[in-house]
Ligand binder design. Structure first.
Ligand code: ATP
Length: 417
């Protein structure tokens, strides 16, 4: 089999690493890929972007299966285009990808199917949105409805801040067209959990739960990032939380998918808030998470390609997915300055001294050497019989990684609430 993986992050390296374990996979192309993929025996980076070029590449190179890592191309309809051309591709079509691509669409879907989520209102006019603020309880959450690379959510402590958020998003267009519409949402207090899952539109099969540490600073302080580390399973996902997730969120989501005649094989990432009033759905992502994938796939004992094929054949109900009962911990090593400005091009040393998994994210390979090329540079992932053991393993090795200005959080896996 020849596989094309689309994306360039640690998530895509983890996907390539996992599928390379399948004996029938002879070649994995990653577009545009990163320095980790090019060092895999079966891996090769290809410097192409955009649906047209990817489609042409897949046809010319006789790609048997394409897996798309990130959201933009899914929302652009890459799945529809590949299918029209007779190619096998895993992921939602354009219509189903709206569950991620439009927060107002997703919230209306949640409401229609009785999925437990925060109260909300949507607006396409700034003055109407501001009028609504007069009768709100604070804090409140203002969200750009479209895709904003995880930055489109502003938590506002009072009306003044909320007015500014609306101006920023709808008038000054800081998130461009993603801010043509806003969702104003009840603020939920609690702890977050990520549950990735796979669906064939007949059933949804949840993966092992994960927890993301989103803030740049220790003790969850400072700016939001793409994620500074993850653990799996998520210790807050107790039996009762899981049961609430299934009843209040996953089952009605499946009902909605069927009733809306969404028909696809893909991943659904449920972003959850566990509160005193139960488990709420914050958002859907219609692809795997980064860096959640980096802890979930190493715990997967079944063959990943077999699972994807079962979903595409609509036989997910016959597929038994086996998980390790270990714990995984992933710590992101980033460029100093991230998520703001940072420098690139520093040589990375010490990867050969790491005994656990290393998933490369923002780094390029040149003549066998790796150089920093992004904010989140690489991920170190270890498994242990307990969370503490997994954490200790990562932190006992991470100092071996050496590049200028490196930064990582020392408290990934420590639970503060
Ligand atoms: P990403 O794509 O990075 O996951 P996003 O831009 O799609 O994020 P959301 O996941 O909806 O947006 O929100 C981002 C973060 O904002 C959440 O992980 C959560 O920390 C916070 N958040 C969102 N909605 C609420 C809410 N109603 N109450 C409290 N916090 C919230």
């Amino acid at each position: 089999m020849r596989i094309l993986v689309v994306g360039s992050g640690g998530r895509e390296h983890a996907i390539c690493w996992k599928i390379s374990q399948n004996r029938n996979v002879e070649k994995i192309f990653c577009a545009p890929g990163n320095g980790g993929v090019s060092l895999l025996e079966k891996g090769e980076n290809v410097d192409i972007k955009g649906v047209d070029s990817l489609l042409q590449f897949a046809l010319e190179n006789k790609i048997d299966l394409t897996i798309v890592g990130s959201e933009e191309l899914l929302v652009d309809g890459i799945v529809d285009r590949f299918k029209e051309a007779g190619l096998k591709i895993f992921g939602p079509d354009k219509k189903s990808a709206l569950l991620e691509g439009s927060k107002s669409f997703a919230k209306d879907f949640m409401k229609k199917y009785g999925i437990k989520t925060a109260e909300y209102a949507t607006f396409t006019k700034a003055d109407k949105a501001k009028e609504y603020l007069n009768n709100c309880k604070y804090p409140i959450v203002v969200k750009a409805s479209g895709l904003a690379a995880g930055k489109g959510v502003i938590i506002c402590q009072d009306k003044l801040e909320a007015n500014k958020a609306i101006d920023d998003i709808m008038v000054d267009k800081i998130f461009k067209d993603a801010g043509n519409e806003v969702v104003i949402e009840e603020f939920l207090e609690g702890v977050e959990a990520s549950i990735l899952s796979i669906t064939d539109s007949n059933i949804i099969v949840p993966f092992i739960s994960a927890k993301d540490h989103k803030k740049i600073g220790e003790k969850e302080t400072g700016l939001n990032t793409g994620g500074m580390g993850t653990i799996a399973p998520n210790p807050y996902v107790t039996k009762s939380v899981y049961e609430n997730f299934i009843t209040d969120i996953m089952n009605p989501t499946l009902e909605g998918i069927k009733k809306e005649k969404m028909d696809f094989a893909g991943f659904i990432f449920f972003g959850l808030m566990i509160t005193e009033k139960g488990v709420y759905l914050l958002e859907y992502n219609m692809r795997l998470g980064d860096p959640e994938t980096q802890v979930v796939l190493p715990l997967l004992e079944s063959d990943f390609i077999d699972i994807l094929n079962s979903a595409m054949d609509k036989k997910l109900n016959e597929c038994h997915i086996k998980w390790s009962n270990k714990n995984a911990c992933c710590v992101v090593v980033a460029s100093g300055g991230y998520p703001k400005e940072y420098k690139k091009g520093y040589e990375i040393n010490g990867i050969d001294k790491i005994n656990d998994l290393v998933f490369i994210a923002g780094a390029n390979e040149k003549d066998g050497k790796l150089y920093t090329n992004g904010g989140r540079v690489l991920n170190i992932v270890a498994l242990g019989n307990t969370l503490d053991e997994a954490r200790k393993k990562v932190y006992s090795e991470i100092e071996n990684i050496d590049f200028e200005d490196k930064y990582y959080r020392k408290d990934i896996g420590i639970l503060y609430k």
